[in-house]
Design a protein. Structure first.
Length: 142
């Protein structure tokens, strides 16, 4: 297995983030046009939530993609940099990404909290498993 394989799920998560970002821009622009909202009307997140309502859902999803996924990116870089890339890490990384896609898909469509919460929770467990394995491997070498 090529060690750079670990970056395929990384790029997939970046693509998801770009898609959610674009979705946010399109929905906000449409809402601003329809409701006559000017950019200076929404200088804070609280005002944006108030003015945009459900149009904020992609924005909230985008912010979520910059929370725990940061640990995913760092973990994949660490796995690569210490030459620990193997089939299990790549599979876990793909499972993480697929679960994040499911989470975003629910959020951007019908937004049922329970339905999006399940893939979110499972993805977090996968992420913590990856980090536990990284830690155990690196600490065992000292």
């Amino acid at each position: 297995m090529q060690t750079t394989t670990i970056f395929q799920p990384v790029f997939a998560l970046v693509a998801l983030t770009a898609f959610v970002w674009l979705s946010m821009l399109v929905r906000r622009a449409a809402c601003m046009h329809t409701a006559g909202i000017r950019p200076q009307d929404v200088p804070t997140r609280a005002l944006a939530d108030e003015k945009f309502g459900d149009t904020q859902i992609p924005n909230n999803n985008l912010m979520n993609l910059f929370e725990l996924p940061v640990l995913f990116y760092v973990g994949c870089l660490l796995i690569y940099s210490v030459a620990r890339v193997d089939t299990l890490y790549v599979e876990l990384a793909w499972v993480y990404v697929v679960l994040r896609v499911a989470h975003s898909a629910v959020a951007l469509t019908y937004n049922n909290v329970l339905h999006r919460g399940i893939p979110y929770l499972v993805s977090c467990c996968v992420l913590w498993l990856m980090w536990a394995r990284i830690a155990s491997q690196l600490l065992a070498t000292d």
